[in-house]
Design a protein around this ligand. Structure first.
Ligand code: FAD
Length: 431
């Protein structure tokens, strides 16, 4: 008979919910800690922003979600479901291909209700310490705080699902300490109005940077989008009146100038928006698991620390892991199966060797450490997880949707991604 373990799940976002469902299905005893008063994590829109727009002040009240008011998913809804719980858009009022954030939250609430997960969640309970205990060091104490009262509880295993789009990571350009303009991290962006008539530099070429730039361009005087790549040539974007694309920022100066690597410069008032970092302030592993330049490691398959497996695991670390929900779901199921003993992990040495091989591959290809958890929109990883579970992974239609959608985005650009329609793919499958 499979062992029944007492498992703590930290966070009730997509990762925490998928994990709770998988663990519950395997018969484990689950406690989900959630510091806010509702489930959904990132998908709970909060109009409030933090007191420090850059997120540097350690005493600021932390707002978890980085959603902006107008956000619609950047993936078609067919890519937003779990493996056994598709995102059934027909139930919702908005029948567009790209649901608004409220609909995603509805979907998650429905998922939690359907699988009886809500009663497993301890809301308004923040985990402040997770540390190994026990005679053989094989259990974990979870210290949590609710209403300023601390309590400890011991678990057989802990799954960390605390998200990684909250803690800002700031770019460090020469001259930034003297630069007089206003700075903001996109974590604190909600609506475009504060940028009325400003000259704005937005850093990045991911979906949020593009979305925010397009939205700001409707009210700002000029928007300059700075790519991560040094090779981008300056160009004015055809579809928008007041928006330019540039290469990386080279430096900024005390007169408010922002100088790009292609040598162009703008006098910007209200720049830049930055990246995020992985952050586990509660996790005490004596550096067995550490964050180094956005690499959380060493972790086997982005999930298990070889030395602490299987009792400590992480869900949701990969990014560009499209379809995100499906990947998270398969990670959760794999963890649940491993904890039940249904699926065996390789030995500690083998897991470490696998991780070293991955790091060597990245070095050989010249891929910087910070991209360790970048999966690059392919099914390789989720297919591997599925194979561990005896599943086939994404179905043919999901694969087809992702392939067509990715092609469309490459051809038209991220800025036009929401013009994509499914009809052509469906027709192809029906014929
Ligand atoms: P989160 O959603 O961040 O959930 C983490 C949870 O942990 C939160 O509820 C938090 O309160 C809780 N928590 C944190 N620390 C503690 C603690 N110490 N104690 C107790 N609780 C704690 N994905 C898509 O698939 N499609 C999209 O279109 C898409 N758009 C996105 C747009 C933006 C702006 C962002 C930021 C992300 C987007 N994503 C999108 C990715 C998104 O992050 C994932 O879809 C998903 O929400 C990740 O879920 P998670 O559970 O890992 O993390």
């Amino acid at each position: 008979m499979a062992p029944v373990l007492k498992v703590a799940v930290i966070g009730a976002g997509v990762s925490g919910l998928a994990t709770a469902q998988a663990l519950k299905t395997e018969g484990h005893q689950v406690v989900v800690y959630e510091k806010s008063d509702q489930l959904g994590g990132t998908w709970v829109y909060n109009p409030q922003v933090e007191s420090d727009p850059l997120g540097l002040d350690p005493d600021r009240e932390i707002i978890h979600s980085s959603l902006y008011y107008s956000l619609h998913t950047n993936l078609p809804y067919q890519l937003m479901g779990f493996s056994d719980y598709p995102f059934a858009i027909r139930k919702y009022s908005d029948s567009s291909v790209f649901p608004g954030h409220e609909e995603v939250l509805d979907f998650l609430n429905e998922f939690a209700r359907e699988f009886g997960l809500v009663k497993l969640i301890r809301f308004k309970t923040e985990v402040v310490r997770v540390e190994r205990v026990g005679l053989r060091n094989d259990q974990w104490v979870v210290e949590s705080r609710a209403d300023k009262v601390s309590s400890d509880e011991v678990f057989d295993a802990v799954v960390v699902c605390n998200g990684h789009y909250t803690q800002p990571s700031l770019a460090d350009f020469p001259g930034i300490e003297k630069w007089p303009g206003k700075q903001m991290h996109s974590h604190n962006y909600r609506v475009p109005e504060p940028f009325q008539d400003q000259i704005v530099v937005v850093i990045g070429d991911g979906p949020s940077a593009i979305d925010i730039s397009l939205e700001i361009s409707k009210v700002a005087k000029e928007v300059h989008l700075s790519s991560k790549s040094p090779d981008v040539k300056i160009r004015k974007l055809d579809c928008v009146d007041s928006m330019w694309q540039h290469s990386k920022i080279d430096r900024v100066d005390g007169n408010g100038e922002v100088i790009f690597q292609e040598c162009a410069s703008v006098h910007a008032y209200h720049p830049p928006l930055y990246r995020y970092q992985y952050y586990f302030p509660f996790l005490k592993t004596e550096e067995i698991v550490a964050v180094d330049d956005s690499r959380v490691g060493p972790l086997y398959k982005h999930i298990f620390s070889p030395q602490l497996a299987p009792n400590l695991s992480f869900v949701g670390l990969p990014y560009n892991s499209t379809p995100v929900f499906l990947t998270i779901d398969l990670q959760a199921k794999w963890i649940a199966n491993v904890l039940s003993g249904k699926t065996l992990l390789p030995s500690e040495e083998e897991m470490l060797a696998n991780i070293q091989e991955h790091y060597r591959y990245m070095d050989d290809k010249g891929i910087p450490k910070q991209y360790t958890h970048n999966l690059g929109h392919e099914f390789v990883y989720s297919d591997w997880l599925a194979s561990q579970l005896g599943l086939t992974g994404a179905d043919e239609q999901t694969r087809s949707v992702l392939k067509r959608y990715s092609k469309f985005v490459v051809e038209k650009g991220l800025g036009r991604c929401r013009e994509w329609r499914l009809d052509s793919v469906l027709q192809e499958h029906e014929s």
